[in-house]
Write a protein that binds this ligand. Structure first.
Ligand SMILES: Cc1ncc(COP(=O)(O)O)c(C=O)c1O
Length: 374
């Protein structure tokens, strides 16, 4: 049996050669924003001492101000991922159920399962490609403990209007359920609403600096919650001595300057999204599930080409150095239908996609045994 292609190993072995359109990372934040802060922290040898365990107070203040949620406390974790893990461990137990979606960011579902709970995945691979308060209400059963609301949603790029968030938050409140509101991509979305505004006691808001601030490698994120709920979750914090001091310095610099540059990041991201639409529109058998994206990624459905997303991923990467991500890690049911592209990248990366995608699909389609036989 041949070993499966290691896309990440292949891509990482070629630094600087790959158009990295695979992880919703952000390559548009001006680098000088964090460079100075990191250099200064290194010069001062800040890494020799422990951080303030709860987090740099100025960083916490910046996050709190960024969200503007009165009554919520801000907690810092090693990326949003750690906050998601802690929340699942703290609030769920054996036999509990979480209303979630498919597709989804399935790493959260895994954390739910580690707690002995399970997700009930509502299929959203059809318009409107997001949950509704009605469907959630119908799905609630005696074991339901939590609703998972990822807004905007990785991988589809769909998002929720304010009244939709309010309606879902009201369901959580009325049915006494926790509401896990993952808002990792909220800075890309116009008019984004926080569920905590409507259900402050029930909601855990998970935030991240990975995507909006382009700091994925530094691992800064956290959660906001009422002090009672926040403390319950904080018991599961394994980073008891605090998170990386250099990452906190960079996070501080990025958040303090975000109002100056985020507009340009979002504008370029949207222009890139429009370019993706143009390219996909010209390739028979492929279409975007959601457009425009409220985040910095979209799912390209390729089912009608008869090609597997893994084969397309490998071909794009090996032949063109263009790294998109096959959908299988994002959907148990529909992962074989789509490939995801993220696009907070310099336009040159999108032009590489524009050249590669039609060529790859056309060639692979022509090579298929069925196509040859026909
Ligand atoms: C919806 C969602 N939540 C959380 C994360 C993880 O964020 P972090 O890098 O802050 O751990 C991701 C990463 O892709 C994501 O898509």
């Amino acid at each position: 049996m041949s070993t499966p292609f290691d896309a990440f190993g292949y891509a990482r072995a070629r630094p600087g050669e790959i158009a990295w359109l695979s992880q919703n990372t952000n390559h548009l934040v001006p680098p000088e924003v964090v460079r100075g802060a990191l250099e200064e922290a290194v010069r001062a040898r800040r890494y020799e001492g422990y951080p303030v365990a709860a987090g740099d107070p100025e960083l916490l203040d910046l996050v709190t101000a960024d969200f503007g949620l009165s009554g919520a406390r801000t907690y810092l974790t090693g990326g949003g991922t750690e906050a998601l893990y802690m929340t699942a461990r703290a609030l769920l137990g054996a036999g509990d159920e979480v209303i979630a979606s498919d597709p989804s960011y399935l790493i959260i579902h895994r954390f739910v399962e580690l707690s002995g709970a399970r997700t009930k995945n509502l299929d959203i691979y059809a318009p409107p490609c997001r949950l509704t308060a009605e469907r959630i209400s119908e799905a609630i059963g005696p074991r339901t403990r939590m609703i998972l609301l990822i807004d905007p949603l990785n991988p589809l790029g769909s998002g929720y209007a304010r009244d939709e968030v309010r309606a879902i938050a009201e369901v959580a409140h009325d049915r006494h359920l926790f509401l896990l509101n993952d808002v990792t991509y909220r800075d890309f979305s116009d008019g984004h609403a926080l569920a905590a505004e409507f259900a402050p006691e029930e909601t855990v808001t998970v935030w991240s600096l990975s995507k909006n601030c382009g700091l994925a490698g530094l691992r800064v994120g956290g959660y906001l919650a009422s002090p009672e709920l926040g403390a319950k979750i904080a018991r599961f914090n394994t980073n008891d001595l605090g998170i990386n001091v250099l990452a906190q310095a960079a996070g501080r610099a990025a958040l303090a300057t975000k109002p100056r540059w985020i507009g340009n990041v979002v504008r370029q991201t949207r222009a890139n999204g429009a370019r993706v639409r143009e390219v996909v529109g010209g390739v028979e058998g492929t279409h975007l599930l959601v457009y425009p994206s409220r985040a910095n990624m979209m799912a390209i459905d390729i089912a009608a080409t008869g090609l597997s997303p893994e084969v397309v991923q490998e071909d794009l990467l090996r032949r063109h150095g263009v790294f998109l991500r096959a959908g299988n890690y994002l959907s148990p049911t529909h992962g074989g239908r789509f490939i995801r592209i993220s696009f907070s990248n310099p336009p040159a990366d999108l032009e590489r996609f524009a050249a590669a995608f039609p060529e790859t699909i056309e060639r692979l389609r022509a090579d298929r045994p069925a196509a040859r036989a026909a």
